[in-house]
Design a protein around this ligand. Structure first.
Ligand code: B12
Ligand code: SF4
Ligand code: SF4
Length: 233
């Protein structure tokens, strides 16, 4: 386990000022397929960095207000890279990002690191934070020699959720147990009903989930994420 002076302790202390936190460690054995550094060497551990609820929003929003271009076309990605690249340098790791191609398997890592499972929406549900969490980056470590707690098998909230309101709340039935109809969702969002509904209040399917409601993103953050989606013209 890593104490306050260990890597995770130092990392969380550095991230706290930005409303971010570490979200588990994935360790790779010699036989396991691990991400590689630019010099071709495999890493021995990945530490996920994420957002829980609205914790990062005031910091990000204040940063954005200082930018002449309001942070450009992908302000959250730009801010995340400034913050996480700085922390990576301080800690001695290499950063990677969820939206950079080729996509790294952030969700597969999160399943391993925290024992999380997918909700019917496709995104992972956390027993405490519900659907109100995401990943802003990860740190790759060539040499990791600290012990890490093995994630305990966490109860999967969807198993106990009999009514599954997420499956009946989307106005265009874009969420089904087997697939997410991205086109149907985006067409709805581009139309007048979607513009007055989900685009203002957030995805109705996500909002309907009873788990972790106290971590629901604040209204400005919800709208920011909705506006970041690419919609048909
Ligand atoms: C491409 C992408 C999308 C695409 C396609 C998703 C898909 N079919 O895989 C679209 C545009 C549809 C999308 C939508 C959303 N996404 Co998205 N997406 C990604 C991205 C950038 C790459 C996914 C990928 O190909 N990974 C590569 C493979 C190899 O990784 P993997 O972990 O092994 O793959 C797993 C996932 O693909 C997952 N999966 C399988 N089917 C589906 C279907 C859906 C809809 C999703 C989201 C995941 C998913 O299972 C795989 C096995 O582990 C990831 C970031 C990342 N790097 O993973 C975010 C990511 C998965 N998305 C995320 C989010 C939050 C969303 C949205 C809520 C955004 C929004 N505001 O609408 C929606 C959710 C849609 C819904 N149903 O509610 C988060 C999920 C966080 C979490 N709690 O799990 C991620 C991790 C980004 C982040 N910064 O945290 N997304
Ligand atoms: S509403 Fe129920 S089934 Fe849907 S994501 Fe939430 S806990 Fe899971
Ligand atoms: S954003 Fe709206 S249309 Fe899209 S999946 Fe969520 S509830 Fe359905």
């Amino acid at each position: 386990m890593s104490g306050p002076s260990g890597v995770l302790g130092r990392l969380d202390a550095a991230l706290a000022a930005f409303g971010l936190s570490s979200r588990g460690v994935v360790r790779f054995g010699e036989q396991e397929a691990a991400p590689r550094l630019t010099d071709g060497r495999s890493v021995t551990a990945v530490v996920l960095i994420g957002v829980v609820g609205g914790a990062m929003w005031p910091v990000f929003d204040a940063w954005r207000a200082t930018q002449v271009d309001r942070g450009g076309s992908d302000p959250l990605d730009r801010w995340s890279k400034i913050v996480i690249d700085g922390v990576a340098q301080e800690i001695g790791a290499v950063a990677c990002y969820p939206s950079d191609a080729p996509y790294q398997p952030f969700q597969a890592w999160a399943m391993k690191a925290e024992g999380l499972k997918a909700s019917p929406l496709g995104i992972l549900i956390h027993p405490r934070y519900g659907l109100w969490h995401s990943y802003r980056g990860a740190l790759l470590f060539r040499d990791w020699d600290e012990e890490v707690e093995t994630p305990v098998a966490v109860a999967h909230p969807c198993d106990r959720c009999l009514k599954k309101p997420c499956l009946s709340s989307c106005p265009v039935d874009a969420i089904t147990p087997s697939a997410f109809d991205v086109t149907g969702c985006r067409q709805h969002l581009a139309g007048p009903v979607g513009q007055r509904g989900c685009m203002i209040s957030g995805c109705m399917a996500r909002n309907a989930c009873p788990v972790g409601t106290e971590y629901r993103y604040p209204p400005d953050q919800l709208r920011f994420h909705m506006r970041a989606l690419k919609l048909p013209t």
